[in-house]
Design a protein around this ligand. Sequence first.
Ligand code: ATR
Length: 286
Amino acid sequence: MKLSGKTRVLGIIGSPVGHSLSPAMQNAAIDELGIEYVYVPFPVEPDYLGQAVEGLRRLGVWGFNVTIPHKSTIIPCLDKISPEAELCGAVNTVCREGESLVGYNTDGIGFLASLREDLHYDPSGSSVLLLGAGGAARGAIAALASAGVARIVIANRTRERGQELLEKFRTVFPAVEFILSSLAAPELAGQLHNADLLVNTTSVGMNGTSFEYLPLSELPDTAKVYDMVYVPAETPLLGEAKGRGLTCANGLGMLAGQGVASFKLWTGLEAPRAVMKRKLLEGLER
Ligand code: ATR
């Protein structure tokens, strides 16, 4: 990597950021294209978020990613946010545009890219059963609704949280049918029956945990399964889906996809997705 007085600095703010795979992934893309950028981790504690953002602004940092726990709290520190970021209530990418810092959300783009490339799934006109109602669910719902899904069933442990999300998105996307479900029998079994795609947006599956009740035998044979979790690479949900012969993918492609979209926003260039995905896999194997 060549550094000079003209090198543009990119980075990621979060707490912690030590585990982030984005520096390795983004620097691999930078190296591949031979452009004069560098991507560095910036650990930022929640109490100092405002000062850190002002610091990045004054230091002329070219752009940065935002991760846990700053994705929502950064919004008041920025000059402008994109409609997607507004809809999701979360920013994962910041760009310098003239004197302004503008917030974007590329998680949805990454999710759709991964559905397309890893599952060969076209959401348009389809029926999706989505597990969870947190920040990740919000991004997925916004992306799916924008891509023209016909029906989204939100199944969440805490029903009120699912209801809140459903009401919000129903008004924004009147053409999409939104349905609320519990994570319990027999309601969930009925919803599995009608799903073209099952998406897990919850943290269930990390550390090998599994859903108490999720009878995949109720899914149609043609259904596909997407788990946003990527550590472990094969969650119990994906293991079971594979066992049933269903096409499935974990969240690694989404991580690469959001990185590709952020890279494009900062550099205007098409990022080498395959190189980035390989780097992520290497990072996970360590
Ligand atoms: P994120 O931003 O990653 O989505 P979040 O906003 O904290 O994180 O949301 C976590 C989601 O995982 C929620 O839908 C949560 O369900 P609740 O709304 O009932 O809390 C879901 N979740 C976490 N642990 C779960 C578990 N053991 N079983 C079912 N759902 C779980």
